[in-house]
Design a protein around this ligand. Sequence first.
Ligand code: IMP
Length: 176
Amino acid sequence: MSEKIEVLITEEQLDKRICEIAEEITRDFGSKDITLVCVLKGGVMFMVDIAKKLKQKVEFEFIDVSSYGNNTVSSGTVTINNGLETSIEGKNVILLEDIVDTGRTLSHLIKYLKEKNPASLKLCTLLDKPSRRVVDINADYIGFTIPDAFIVGYGLDYAQKYRNLPYIGILHLENQ
Ligand code: IMP
């Protein structure tokens, strides 16, 4: 099986859209401090790039979640391998996802985060695949709405590969 990658979103398009989202967040939050909660590992690039463009005081938190293993289809079971390190009680939290696919991960994490009593909770995803949704859930900030395809690059992986691509691509698995 050979792996081919078709460019879907270029580095320039990513940069432009991330600037726009950061402006929206900056406008919405005003002078309030923000706690960014990054979903590992896919959300790392997005968190770093968006954080640099926010004007508020920003704290970083990480949650390690797994649902895919080495497949291109979700296992359907969301496991939190490592949760938050510090309290988010009374804080303005933005949960940063790389991609919302079925919506299972996001809905699981919303429940987990709400139980920790943040002052507010907003959801921000770089990519949205609404055609695959099984849980009725939508993000407050969306970078790009994309078709039903398996995506790699800019943090997203296939069997831990391709996370370091500076663009977003569609992975094609082909018989040689
Ligand atoms: P969901 O729970 O089905 O919405 O899936 C969310 C998680 O699955 C994301 O945070 C990603 O880690 C992973 N995922 C979903 N779609 C893709 C994809 O196209 N490429 C790589 N990872 C994906």
